[in-house]
Write a protein that binds this ligand. Structure first.
Ligand SMILES: [Zn+2]
Ligand SMILES: [Zn+2]
Length: 384
């Protein structure tokens, strides 16, 4: 089959690789029909992780089941499924409590937790930017979709269930967003936009989205959020001005360790410290932007070792709380699917490009360069 293979920093190509096979009888093989490029793919693409050369990217996957092992009961050949990026067993101590983001069984390193498709340090699982994908524990890890999911355009909504829609929702869950709240979201990339959509679903009265990219801020505005251009105003002062100096009720971090100052310098502390200042006393902060324990490309010794120069004094003084980490997709994907089915959520508004798998290398280049208008790419392996 064809797949997007990582050759080294800023170098991917579409290559012929072996087809996945049923390795255990609980496996399912999915023919991929929609698979996204994600911002977290870029950390690996840029060579900022120890992602192995020759491996296949892709953790935001949707497709049709074409083969099931003999131990698979629920999922049938022909089903359309959205596949959570988390690879989880369903029976370990963490999965049992709903933390499929920290599965102990599927992560090969004994002292670590969590696994994902095509992801650095998250186990050996191949990615789905390919014609086919092997899904371990298929009954647990596939979310079945309706017949409308056979439509390629409709898939642009459902494929967001694999990662970014639940991840954005998770940010608002950790931030405790409830009806009437005033919420600030740092980052208007795909995850930030999904957090804004989620805050709106949860009934927030005002949602600010902070970014510097006009195209992305425009998308935030299109769903009713207030765009805040961080290159033109100080976002902390802006939010305080609009809240009688008190700050937002809660906030979401959707940027991660590659946050940049307006002048282009990378500063992993930037958004965390802005959130501490922009959120009121006792407010909650949900951090879903990616931070890592080791970053060889970091600008100093702190950044290289994942250590933030964090404004803990203010954070403590304000009695704030913070939730962190990857999203347990299964906690939310069913309810978010049903919001899509009923027309109450249309996450595909962020999709800027639908491209055949063969065009993945160009898509990575444009997305990595943050070229204007390249918000979210959906690769379509069947498309010619
Ligand atoms: Zn992703
Ligand atoms: Zn588990």
């Amino acid at each position: 089959m064809k797949a997007v293979v990582y050759n080294g920093p800023r170098d991917v190509s579409v290559e012929e690789v072996p087809d996945p096979k049923i390795e255990k009888q609980a496996d399912v093989i999915v023919k991929i029909t929609s698979t996204n490029i994600c911002g977290s793919d870029l950390h690996m693409y840029e060579g900022r992780t120890d992602f192995e050369t020759g491996r296949v990217f892709g953790h935001e996957n949707l497709g049709e089941v074409v083969e099931v092992g003999s131990a698979v009961d629920k999922v049938k050949v022909g089903d359309m499924v959205a596949i959570p990026f988390n690879v989880a067993c369903g029976y370990c101590k963490n999965c049992e409590r709903g933390f499929t983001n920290y599965c102990l069984t599927m992560q090969p390193k004994k002292e670590w937790a969590g696994a994902a498709y095509g992801f650095a340090d998250m186990g050996p699982y191949q990615g789905g930017q390919a014609e086919f994908l092997r899904v371990p524990y298929g009954d647990f890890n596939c979310l079945r979709l309706g017949e409308d999911a056979r439509d390629s355009k409709r898939q642009n909504d459902y494929v967001m269930l694999a990662d970014i829609f639940p991840t954005g929702y998770h940010a608002t869950e950790m931030a405790g967003v409830k009806p009437g709240d005033q919420t600030v979201i740092f980052g208007a990339g795909p995850v930030g936009l999904m957090a804004a959509l989620s805050a709106s679903i949860r009934g927030a009265s005002r949602i600010w989205v902070v970014d510097r990219r006009p195209d992305r801020l425009g998308l935030a505005e299109s769903i009713g959020a207030i765009p805040v251009d961080g290159s033109k105003v100080d976002p902390v002062e802006f939010i305080k001005d609009q809240t009688m100096g008190l700050g937002a009720d809660n906030g979401c971090e959707c940027v991660g360790y590659q946050a940049h100052e307006p002048d282009g310098t990378e500063d992993m502390n930037l958004t965390l410290n802005q959130l501490v200042q922009a959120v009121r006393f006792t407010g909650k902060i949900g951090v879903v932007g990616v931070f890592v324990p080791q970053d060889p490309g970091g600008k100093d010794e702190f950044a290289k070792n994942g250590k933030a120069v964090f404004d803990y004094g203010w954070f403590w003084f304000k009695g704030q709380t913070m939730g962190t980490g990857q999203c347990p997709v299964k906690k939310y994907n069913r309810l978010l699917r049903d919001l899509i089915v009923s027309g109450k959520a249309t996450p595909s508004f962020i999709v800027s490009h639908e491209l055949p798998l063969e065009q993945a290398p160009e898509a990575y280049q444009h997305f990595d360069a943050r070229d204007e208008g390249w918000t979210k790419v959906v690769l379509k392996p069947g498309m010619k």
